[in-house]
Design a binder for this molecule. Structure first.
Ligand code: GLC
Length: 867
């Protein structure tokens, strides 16, 4: 009998899921039917051009794009169209426990290390319609029909009357209405917990009683994320799901790989007793999985199969039943977590079974973000700028601080080639320093602990083992085994921490140097100051024939890998900038000898760069092993490079004349309406002399693409020479929020975070963005906006106010927490200039200069007049 029923169901499922939805829509009462059919055609066709309804916030007046809109009041981006051009996503939790949630409900969840402790199975290369580690099914049973829906649209292809996905600060919330239901799902990780909550509510908005079943499902990955994909023999033999049925009717599904049974188990449970459950994917999908995730056969029966799993593809599915009269709401909160054992998980399980605690945890998360963002809030005449600077950019900085370049839908966190990047994280920390300096310090200490005794650093490390490696340089026999820039970034990071906090004691903290061959306890230790001194000494002693620091395997540009002996002009500028920071530090601790030494080094490097690297209209970027320039008008490809121009200005190496000429060349040869290209022209074929850069077609990534990370450096350089209009033009060109209005279809990537790259003008798909979220663009654009355009910057003496704004801005204001106080700074620009401060008052009293002194107490009113 059951088999007969099943084969009937199977037949049904051979029709496409979309057709099924349309058909069931036809059975609906008139009003619903109309809406469903309308929605069907709207989603199936092109993205709706119609402006979506927006709430009355400053940003929403100007931003109302094709896919969604910014709701600044709620600090959310509201997606109204599920068919985004590529997967758009959000981050939940932290690297300690958390991961990625995409807008169609897919979940990548990890604890501690994405490569070594992965929980859900998400294959990012699969189409968006695929099941990706998680979904929720909603089943509505009538006398004669079964309808299977998903609030995420995927994988059932449900066409709701109204659907939205609110991408919030560390949570995503879906609201789906149709079929007589209003379904809301909020996904988040409570602070400091190891559990992912799905808060699901279903409301009966029809006029009749309804029986609604809610079936959340997760699919597990082996903890070794890469093995899950490369080994189909050992992995499935080790995977296990057990079920614990409590007297109360609650079910805990316990999942583990056999060898972790004693110390790390995943669990899935909920606030509500389960009607039934499944732990085995084949049992859940039924029919040997032939009908797939779009229409699991089991859902066409009554109950789930109550399967556990002794091997194979492990899932956790539970079925919750709701009988709802009209207007009634049913709610269930699920928990997917990992602990040492189920016993160890019980306190958390009990806590979050109480919905009051779920609400409290969600409110706490909102408080965390409120507090975090309050550190720096701005009000300028540009609403997209405000939206990014007040919410989305600092939020992205928090994300890059957490995940470095380790886990995204592009950097897949399998551990083979990525971990926590030394240069990446050092820069990321600059973006969170005004918000969470002490957390930044902790990560900076980790980075310092993978610096070698000789002063250079390991390129990356894995957070759960603190094991470090040399990155890609390991793989190339004929190239240097170190990077020429890694160790210099940390000098900027430590200086930024010291200026933000004034905690000079940190310089004395003893931290080991990395030595693979020695146990941690046996490693040489040195104070933070000693670490910084060795960084600088390494570059000073590692100079080539032009007196310029060697390239190493690569500098910031990972993909130019010239043979041993090449020199990098970027490394020279970064070294010079690090020297300036170190001079500031040594002046603050009154070490005159060091100040003298570093000033000498600085002058020498500055002289060498200007003597050897000026090409006529711009600076060259490298000297190869034979001393030939690269990034010069003499070259066929790669004649000019953006870093070659921005960094001599940032480091103060370029004279006023060279600075202006070099930045004008960038404007003339590299700038486009979609951002500044990294270099021009792109290589057109593989060239083993330069390596990786020439593996891309011209216009892509480092090969003449708009590599966004390098854009804020040009913005900063333009503010240094007083060109506020151009700096802001460059800011706007890459502001993703500003793209939400029109260019989003060409851009394709999320409008609420910076991507790493946009295809450049040499590429046919000019304007197309990829690699969202984990990019140094976030930290540097935030610094460019707040410290250089608005010009509010921490120094040892106080808070510098030195704006460089578009001339058209008549005023702006900034609220900045600094040390113990909050400075409410309002800046007036009566004469329409870009740079220059005429007067400053604090609490009504005029001060000399434009550095706000370090003040005790709470709020200080600062009035600044430009002139
Ligand atoms: C990527 C890397 C970063 C590098 C940049 C340019 O963003 O994460 O370390 O500097 O590419 O090659």
């Amino acid at each position: 009998m059951a088999a007969k029923k099943q084969s009937k169901a199977a037949k049904k499922q051979t029709k496409t899921a979309a057709k099924k939805q349309l058909k069931s829509a036809k059975k609906q009462p008139k009003a619903v039917k109309k809406a469903v059919v309308k929605k069907q055609s709207r989603v199936a066709k092109k993205p709706a051009k119609k402006q979506v309804k927006v709430t009355k916030t400053e940003t929403s007046k100007t931003v109302g794009g094709q896919y969604g809109y910014f709701d600044d009041a709620n600090k959310e981006y509201v997606l109204r169209n599920p068919a985004t051009p590529i997967k758009w996503c959000n981050y939940v939790g932290t690297l300690a426990f958390g991961g990625i949630v995409d807008t169609t409900g897919g979940t990548v969840l990890c604890k501690g290390d994405p490569a070594l402790n992965r929980i859900t199975k998400y294959i990012s290369q699969m189409p968006c319609s695929d099941f990706k580690g998680s979904t929720i099914y909603i089943r509505i049973k009538d006398k004669d029909s079964v309808r299977i829906l998903s609030p995420f649209v995927v994988p059932t292809c449900t066409m709701w009357d109204r659907w939205e996905c609110r991408i919030g600060l560390s949570y995503t919330k879906w609201i789906a209405e149709g079929f007589g239901l209003k379904v809301a799902v909020t996904v988040f990780v409570p602070a400091k917990s190891s559990t992912l909550i799905q808060d699901i509510s279903v409301e009966n908005v029809s006029r009749k009683n309804m029986e609604i079943d809610v079936v959340p499902v997760y699919e597990f990955s082996h903890f070794d994320a890469l093995k899950q994909l490369t080994n189909a023999d050992w992995v499935p033999q080790t995977m296990t799901v057990e079920a614990h049925k409590e007297k109360s009717g609650h079910v805990i599904l316990e999942q583990y790989a056999f060898m972790k049974k004693q110390y790390a188990v995943n669990y899935f449970t909920a606030s509500q007793p389960a009607d039934s459950f499944d732990g085995d994917r084949r049992e859940f999908l039924g029919f040997n999985e032939i009908t797939g995730w779009a229409a699991p056969a089991t859902l066409y029966k009554g109950k789930l199969s109550n399967s556990t799993a002794l091997r194979g593809d492990n899932i956790a599915a539970q079925l919750f039943k709701f009988k709802l009269a009209p207007k009634k709401i049913g709610r269930v909160a699920t928990q997917l977590g990992q602990e040492e054992s189920i016993a160890a998980a019980m306190p958390a399980i009990k806590k979050y079974r109480d919905l009051k605690n779920v609400d409290k945890a969600f409110a706490d998360l909102a408080d965390f973000w409120k507090n975090y963002l309050t550190a720096l809030q701005v009000k300028t005449p540009d609403s997209s700028f405000n939206s990014m600077v007040n919410v989305h950019n600092p939020r992205q900085c928090h994300t890059t601080k957490n995940w470095s370049r380790y886990l995204s839908l592009y950097q897949l966190g399998f551990g083979s080639d990525r971990g926590i990047g030394y240069r990446d994280s050092s820069q990321d920390l600059l973006g969170v320093m005004s918000h969470m300096p002490e957390e930044a310090r902790v990560l900076a200490e980790n980075l310092l602990s993978v610096q070698l005794e000789g002063g250079n650093a390991m390129h990356q490390y894995f957070p759960s083992t603190m094991e470090a490696n040399e990155g890609d340089s390991r793989e190339k026999e004929d190239r240097p085994k170190y990077y020429g820039d890694d160790h210099l970034w940390i000098v900027l990071t430590v200086a930024s921490y010291l200026k933000e906090t004034g905690n000079m004691e940190f310089l004395k903290k003893e931290i080991p140097f990395y030595n693979k061959k020695k146990e941690l306890e046996a490693r040489e230790k040195g104070s933070v100051l000693e670490h910084l001194k060795r960084s600088l000494a390494f570059s000073w002693n590692d100079r080539g024939t032009h007196g310029i620091p060697h390239l190493g395997f690569a500098d910031w540009n990972d993909t130019v890998n010239l043979p041993t002996g090449a020199e990098s002009l970027f490394n020279a500028s970064l070294f010079a900038k690090a020297l300036l920071e170190m001079i500031d530090i040594c002046e603050a601790i009154e070490d005159k000898e060091l100040v003298e030494q570093y000033k000498n080094w600085y002058e020498e490097i500055k002289a060498q760069v200007n003597k050897t690297a000026w090409d006529g209209e711009w600076y060259v970027r490298w000297f190869d092993e034979k001393g030939e320039p690269l990034g010069s008008s003499k070259n066929t490809y790669n004649k000019i490079d953006s870093l070659g121009q921005s960094w001599p200005v940032i480091s103060g190496i370029a004279s006023a004349e060279y600075a202006k000429t070099a930045l004008d060349s960038v404007n003339k040869l590299l700038n486009t309406e979609n951002g500044i290209k990294l270099s021009w022209p792109g290589y057109n074929g593989f060239d083993p002399h330069v390596g990786g850069v020439s593996t891309y077609p011209p216009g892509a990534k480092e090969n003449g693409g708009i590599f966004l990370h390098a854009n804020p450096w040009v913005m900063i350089a333009e503010t240094i020479i007083g060109n506020g209009d151009r700096a802001f033009q460059y800011y706007n060109q890459i502001n993703p929020a500003a793209k939400n209005n029109g260019k989003i279809s060409e851009f394709e990537s999320e409008p609420y975070c910076y991507p790493q790259n946009i295809l450049g003008s040499e590429h046919k798909q000019f304007g197309l963005a990829r690699n969202a979220w984990l990019s140094g663009t976030s930290s540097w654009t935030y610094q460019a906006a707040t410290q250089y355009i608005l010009g509010i910057k921490a120094t040892f003496k106080g808070l510098l106010v030195n704006p460089c704004i578009p001339k058209a801005w008549k005023e702006f204001s900034v609220s900045r927490k600094f040390r113990d106080a909050v400075y409410e700074i309002s800046v007036k620009n009566p004469n329409g200039i870009s740079k220059g401060v005429k007067s400053v008052t604090i609490n009504g009293k005029a001060i000399e200069g434009n550095v706000l002194p370090i003040l005790p107490g709470k709020k200080h009113i600062v009035e600044v007049v430009m002139g």
